[in-house]
Ligand binder design. Structure first.
Ligand SMILES: *[C@@H]1O[C@H](CO)[C@@H](O)[C@H](O)[C@H]1NC(C)=O
Length: 509
């Protein structure tokens, strides 16, 4: 229910939106100044927060008790944090899986201000191979100007930038902020957000109603001094392929050469998936409907500062991929189908003379606009059935990792605000870029909440998902400042900027 003053502003807004915008932006400038001042004094404590949160072993794909507890410990840490910064209605809400959502809200900015949903995730990737870590993954530390530890970047460092900006407003400006807020921090992103869609559907008309824009703190930045607005992520599906040729492994001397070998059969089957020369995926209909890059997309790829040295530092020996496409095009605009895991036969030291009776592979596909997960799964299954080697039993199952591709026009209110902040912060014109990776939540926000999304993240993708994950301290510091400026920019635009912007994510393209 709007108060008397709000009602007055509302009437004024109808009569003269420009007047209200001027009044609002004066207030917002003052709020932003207090928040920035508060942040200066709190930076050291903000860094400590990241070290604390990153010490929780919240590996979502693991069923080990210490990781399940790590999930709950990270969620509880965030609950206390969000409460202490002054958000209200803070709750650890169950999903249909074992990993809860940490939710919070604040609506003190009034009905003329937009309501922003901040999205991030507190779960992390597994840490193996453990032996390759220079320091234990869940004993985070700062050295060489970087935070080191699992999750310091993806996404604990990312989400804390937003939390700290909100703290700076609510603590630094006597409990005021330029926008209304909701936080949705999930614990399942690294396993493909399997329970997020039902969670959104369930809370759409309740806790999550009235949202104008979702901001994802999960994503990345181009470099420390070149800002970029992300306009697309690929989608994904994953499959498990199992072949059996007998009930048990069989002596390779007595029977070898006269019976089928499950390892050979699998290699033969997998080889049918891709043309060895053109690297095109041979699954029938795989490229159907795939949207070609526009001239604008091509210009974005040309302007993108491709870091050749960083690529070579990975130890790769060159680039390859679908014939007739550039490297960035292959990453941003073309789908993949890759073998991501493979197993059969004896893997121990030395030799064991058997004919393997079982083999398995995990396949993952990154999808681009024009492709739908369910359709691609059916096509891959049909291909595997069709090419199944004789004398084998094949079973194909769908794994949980599944998401629609997501793209966003560059001129949504959220993207324009992000661009303006990045321009100011980095002193140069931001670029537009896409990512080959996947954040399932983005397409869900448009599909289930009818809400557009903007990615606002400060990761440089440094060894994320790999041993020795790290995040530059200076990037982490920059993120809270950037979030303060972004929330102010969105507050200045007011809620009116979002009218008609509902569901701007074009996941159906
Ligand atoms: C292969 O499938 C058939 C039919 O389902 C089944 O009877 C047989 O036991 C299977 N063989 C193996 C080795 O899994």
């Amino acid at each position: 229910m709007a108060g008397r003053a709000d009602l007055f502003l509302l009437l004024l807004a109808l009569a003269s939106p420009a007047l209200v915008a001027v009044a609002a932006s004066k207030d917002v400038n003052a709020l932003q100044a207090s928040a920035l001042a508060y942040r200066e004094g709190a930076l050291e404590r903000f860094r400590q927060d990241l070290l604390e949160l990153a010490s929780k072993p919240s590996i979502s794909s693991s069923s080990a008790p210490e990781h399940q507890q790590g999930i709950l410990a990270a969620a509880e840490w965030l609950r206390l944090k969000l409460e202490s910064v002054g958000l209200v209605g803070v709750e650890v809400l169950p999903t249909e899986g074992p990993h809860p959502v940490v939710y919070a809200s604040w609506d003190g900015a009034g009905p003329l201000a937009p309501t922003i949903l901040v999205y991030g995730h507190y779960d992390v990737q597994p840490v193996d191979p453990l032996g390759l870590w220079e320091s234990p993954p869940f004993e985070p530390s700062v050295r060489d100007g970087h935070f080191h530890g699992r999750g310091v970047d993806d996404d604990k460092g990312g989400l804390l930038g937003a939390v700290h900006a909100v703290e700076s407003y609510l603590k630094g400006s006597e409990g005021a902020a330029p926008v209304n807020l909701k936080f949705l921090l999930e614990g399942q992103e690294e396993i493909g957000s399997p329970n997020l869609a039902p969670f959104l559907a369930k809370h759409k008309r309740g806790l999550l109603s009235g949202v104008d824009l979702a901001l994802s703190a999960d994503g990345s930045q181009i470099s420390e001094d070149q800002g970029g607005v992300n306009t697309g992520f690929r989608g994904a599906v994953a499959l498990q392929v199992d072949l059996r040729t007998a009930h048990t492994d069989i002596h390779s001397g007595s029977r070898g050469g006269s019976i089928e070998n499950a390892a050979h059969a699998l290699v033969q089957l997998l080889a049918t998936l891709r043309d060895p020369k053109t690297k095109r995926i041979l699954v029938e209909g795989f490229y159907d409907g795939v949207v070609e890059p526009t001239d604008e997309d091509r210009a974005d790829m040309e302007k993108y500062p491709f870091d050749h040295d960083a690529e070579m530092a990975l130890g790769i020996m060159g680039f390859t991929g679908e014939e007739g496409r550039t490297t960035l095009e292959r990453r941003w605009h073309r789908p993949t189908l890759e073998i991501v895991g493979l197993g059969s036969g004896f893997q121990g030291d030395g030799i064991k003379t058997i004919v393997p009776s079982a083999s398995s592979a995990k396949l993952a596909s990154r999808l681009v606009p024009g492709q739908r997960p369910a359709d691609v799964v059916e096509k891959i299954k049909a291909h595997l059935e069709k090419h199944k080697p004789p004398l084998t039993n094949l079973s194909v199952s769908v794994l949980g990792f599944r998401a629609d591709p997501w793209t966003s026009p560059r001129d949504t209110p959220g993207n324009l605000a992000a661009a303006s902040v990045l321009r100011e912060l980095m002193g140069r014109e931001p670029l537009h870029f896409r990512e080959g990776a996947t954040v399932p939540a983005l397409a869900y926000f448009s599909e289930h909440l009818g809400v557009p999304a903007t990615v606002f993240a400060f990761s440089l993708g440094d060894r994320i998902h790999a041993p020795n994950e790290r995040l530059k301290v200076s990037m982490f510091d920059k993120s809270s400042q950037a979030w303060i400026r972004l929330l102010a920019e969105l507050g200045r635009g007011g809620r009116a900027a979002f009218s008609g912007a509902g569901g701007g994510g074009h996941s159906e393209l």
